[in-house]
Design a protein around this ligand. Structure first.
Ligand code: C2O
Ligand code: CU
Ligand code: CU
Length: 495
């Protein structure tokens, strides 16, 4: 039995060849790999029917060293699926893994029945057919596994894909939209390599408390890739698909870039920034001007989002570093030159219309987790007895409905974190942030959101338009996946 969860070939000859003696595994890949661009599936030209096979495959994080991973109809990650507003898409999931999974459509405003949460199990070897009716503003969403208690491990093993929802707005605005050329999907993640070519997923109880961080950043599955871009305006669709890591993105020359969209759609106007924090589950679309013609590196600052810093063993920080490089290709010409002055009208939700006010306390250092004799350092306090996490003191329970909402109403939710920041995510809706730690949100968070990083406290206005029954409730949870699996999740009905 492999005690470490390596997603690698099980044959001796292969594993021997894959082993490397280098401890600093990732450091020798320096902008060698061209940025992998996932296959684009345009649902409409596919008669609005899409088949995704989730299966094992071989993927080389480092050039020439393939290891076992999982993906949706791909060795790792999955396709980018373009969905048009007003259409209904038939999706079939075929599960060729040896365990059950679910496929969740993160960011879509859809009913619980089709949402792919923990109640929509696809058994090993099984199939799931679902139908998505797209009726929301143009944006970038994504899909990933969401099985009860195993989301973190399955997402880490590889499967995740992007959704591009379109309604014509971007084209009308003249935004870059040549997929793979001046419109690039960037799935940012991290993995832990310990000298082997395959990532290791072996969270200690401490890792569960803090969320599992890797020592190597990957973009679309590769380490420090390089993208060749036109000397013009380029659109980056940034998704933080990591289990726990926060990215604090900036360019090596500290150039200004423009955020044009958050999780659920365009902002009212582009927001100029020099660095951008992206929490797990969040998406931002940004425009970067490469017209100056010089190559530049995208970097991330350190991630210091750990619980009770002083108490943690070792250094409670995931260091910053280089993410990827952009090289100018003089043979390509960019279409747009300057970002538009104005984007869309973002309707603002009216707080006086709320019919319910709710409070959610995200319990991260559950003293509860240490009950039953399991103290840190106690051998029993490990796998199978992970720290318990909860919301309002109640760890997630598939059979319990935590919130019963009324369909077609607006609610005000107040969320509180305890010892670290948590990216709080709600299924089946896009909300607006009223306040963060008592202050109005920064400009780039004033549009539609489905995930909000809560440092201490956040207030959000949540429109509830989608049906969610007792059998198929919708989820709300922390998007640090180890926290979600450890119980920091609840479910709501909407009838
Ligand atoms: Cu992307 Cu319930 O999550
Ligand atoms: Cu979601
Ligand atoms: Cu959390």
């Amino acid at each position: 039995m492999l005690t470490r969860r390596r997603f690698m070939m099980a044959t001796a000859s292969c594993s021997a060849a894959l082993f490397t003696k280098s401890g600093a595994l990732a450091d020798d890949v320096w902008f060698e790999t061209p940025l992998p661009v996932p296959q684009l599936i345009d649902a409409k030209s596919n008669s609005n029917s899409v088949l995704l096979v989730v299966a094992p495959g071989l993927h080389a994080f480092r050039p020439g060293q393939p290891v076992r991973s999982f993906g949706y109809s791909a060795p790792i990650l999955g396709p980018v699926i373009r969905l048009a507003r007003g259409e209904t898409i038939d999706i079939t999931i075929e599960n060729k893994m040896s365990r059950a999974t679910t496929v969740h459509w993160h960011g879509l405003i859809i009913p619980g029945e089709v949402d792919g949460g923990p109640h929509n199990t696809v058994a090993a070897g099984g199939r799931w057919k679902t139908q998505l009716s797209i009726d929301q503003p143009e944006t970038t969403a994504w899909f990933h596994p969401h099985p009860h208690g195993e989301t973190a491990e399955q997402v880490y093993s590889g499967p995740a894909g992007m959704l591009i929802l379109e309604d014509g707005t971007g084209t009308n605005l003249g935004l870059p939209n040549a997929y793979g050329l001046d419109d690039l999907p960037l799935v940012l993640q991290d993995r832990f390599f310990d000298g082997d070519a395959a990532p290791v997923y072996e969270p200690s109880p401490m890792d569960v408390m803090a969320g599992y961080r890797g020592n190597t950043i990957i973009v679309n599955g590769s380490i420090r890739p390089v993208a060749r871009v036109p000397a013009g305006l380029v659109r980056l669709r940034i998704l933080n698909g990591a289990n726990a890591r926060l990215f604090d993105l900036k360019f090596s020359d500290r150039r200004t870039f423009h955020v044009i969209a958050s999780d659920g759609g365009y902002l009212a106007a582009p927001v100029a920034l020099q660095h951008l924090v992206v929490a797990p589950g969040e998406r931002y679309e940004v425009l970067v001007d490469f017209a100056g013609g010089s190559d530049v590196v995208l970097e991330t600052g350190a991630d210091q989002n750990f619980p009770m810093m002083g108490m943690m063993r070792g250094s409670a920080v995931a260091p910053g570093g280089q993410v990827m490089k952009f090289e100018i290709d003089p043979t390509k010409s960019g279409i747009a030159t300057a970002p538009p002055k104005k984007l869309v009208d973002v309707p603002s939700l009216d707080i006086s219309q709320t019919v319910a006010r709710r409070q959610f306390i995200l319990n991260d250092m559950m003293m509860m987790g240490m009950m039953g004799g399991g103290m840190m350092g106690d051998p029993g306090f490990g796998r199978g007895r992970s720290p318990a996490m909860a919301i309002n003191g109640r760890p997630f329970n598939m059979e319990r409905i935590d919130v019963a909402s009324k369909r077609g109403t607006l609610e005000l939710w107040r969320i509180n974190s305890q010892t670290m920041a948590h990216p709080f995510h709600v299924h089946g809706t896009q909300f607006q942030i009223v306040s963060l730690d008592g202050a109005p949100p920064p400009s780039h968070m004033r549009g539609w959101k489905d995930t909000v990083l809560v440092s201490r406290t956040a207030q959000i206005l949540v429109p509830l338009s989608q049906r969610a029954s007792r059998e198929h409730p919708l989820m709300f949870h922390c998007h640090i996946l180890e926290h979600e699996d450890a119980g920091m999740m609840g479910q709501y009905t909407c009838l």
